[in-house]
Design a protein around this ligand. Sequence first.
Ligand code: GTP
Ligand code: MG
Length: 169
Amino acid sequence: ENKIYSFKIVIIGESSVGKSSLLLRFHKNQFSNKCEPTIGASHVQKTINTFDKQFQLLIWDTAGQEQYHSLAPMYYRGARGALVVYDQTVRESFNKAKKWVDELKTQVSQNVRIVLCANKSDLENKNVDIEEVKTYCEENEMLLFQTSAKTGENVHEAFMGLIKLLPNK
Ligand code: GTP
Ligand code: MG
């Protein structure tokens, strides 16, 4: 089958949780210790052949800094899927992730496919109980991946997990 599936997906979450770093890892297999905060948003286009299908992804990387929050709807509008990201060392970033999930469901669609990334899994000082997160994801029918943009752990898996959830019939 030659059909190309085009989807917009968005990466969202509090500032400095590692959204741009996850995208950089996925897109170029690179990591930088001094990744600058995103201004507004940026995007990459990526073609992926998987599950016997061709996917053309438009991936929007949003800015987490509070002053950009009002811009977010411009970037998540029309998105079919989202990677919502928090930093496992920052409790507040998980609370924020849950707020983003609520906002996506009310503002985009109840049907938007969401994968939660518990990022910075390489760091020791975890401040969020992963069991609580697992329960939350089960209750909200979301996939959970413990990722590290630094080591690359689960980054590909998280994006592929999201792609697999996208409607492709
Ligand atoms: P905004 O653009 O402001 O919303 O931030 P962001 O979510 O895009 O975060 P960014 O990717 O810029 O990463 C913030 C900082 O965390 C940078 O110094 C990264 O190097 C670091 N970082 C990102 N991911 C990881 C990770 O998995 N492990 C570790 N140890 N550091 C990470
Ligand atoms: Mg960024």
